[in-house]
Design a protein around this ligand. Sequence first.
Ligand code: GLV
Ligand code: MN
Ligand code: MN
Length: 416
Amino acid sequence: MSRTALLKPTLQRLESDFQALSQFVDSSFTGHTRQVLSEPYLASRAWIRQTMIEAGLEVHQDAAGNTIGLLKGSGNGPALATGSHTDTVLSGGRFDGVIGVLGAIELVRTLRESGTVLERDLYVIDFLGEEPNEFGVSCVGSRSLTGAITSEFFDSSNAHGATLGAQLESVGYSPSAMLSNKWPAGSLHAFVELHIEQGPVLERTGTQIGVVTAIAGIERVVATFLGRADHAGTTSMADRRDALAAAAEAILVVEQIGCTGEHSVATVGSIEVEPGAMNVVPSSARMWTEMRSPSAEWLGTARRNVLDQLTELAERRDIGVDLSWLNDQDPVPTATSVQDVIAAASDDLGYSWRAMPSGAGHDAAHMALLAPTGMIFVPSLDGRSHCPEEWTDFEDVGVGVHALAATLLSLDGDRT
Ligand code: GLV
Ligand code: MN
Ligand code: MN
């Protein structure tokens, strides 16, 4: 039997790990809610740590709260790394991110059981808080590990005026230590993240593996419209300065902008209205907005269009508008060298594959600053994700873990 054939994961073990992790959720929401820094999230990470230890990893938590398991290699030289995240969006699913962490742990078990010893060290990382949190910051752990976090991130505030820095301190993390948590250049030979596709392409084309070519860039902005609270019965339509009506028009502007480019999208995902009563004209509307594209040029144009068109409509309605741009993320091409290894590993194992961009953001986009980086996608049922219906069949999870194992084995032997 070939070395890679021996690295086939055990599906029952994977399934039971998914089941165990999915118990750590906030049951006051539908679906799977394990938001970063929440109680279920912190409790789940003790379980992840223990599961990593039982799989044979030496585990530590770094200054940014990343849980890092090390499988020592027999030689030296730059290490390999894989992993993803285990936080979820509100009312999300149980595969997003989780497959990249639990899949990597299962891979370590198969390596050890098959007597396969890598020459390079292998790191398995559960990155802290990949999803955008209530402070509007995503990928906290991978940004810290790659030196992309700055003190401004810790000043980001939530709807109640609390800052991310204070929140991190309250659960025992040190923002200042996070600023000097960067791994040295050259410490990694490659990073590979296994993830669900979160879209319909693989399922629709009957393809087993997606070889990710690029990760979309993201521009995020909080647009706050400021009008005037007035009596909703006595203030004529001509006399009102309705912040929510302005935001409603702005939402359609953003939707239109999203319709203008290939693989490009724009969304208003959340809105906060004050004072928030049926019989009061809204005085303010705060609109959480993002635009995504693999094209930096499209993102630049979209940003200017949002600025111009929201300013114009606010002026026309005699409404104030404040645009607060959050941390943006440039589009990131993955390394062609790693894409080639993933494609060759899939061919060797007899798995069908296609090259495709990712519309979702990932820790891999930050790890690409540190090392040649690639991503492996597996199909999502009906293309659904960020919702309770998110699902990937365990046979497909197994295919992804197997392809990841073969990819890492090949990268281990890569001495160029
Ligand atoms: C993360 O899942 C993102 O793409 O927002
Ligand atoms: Mn997600
Ligand atoms: Mn994810």
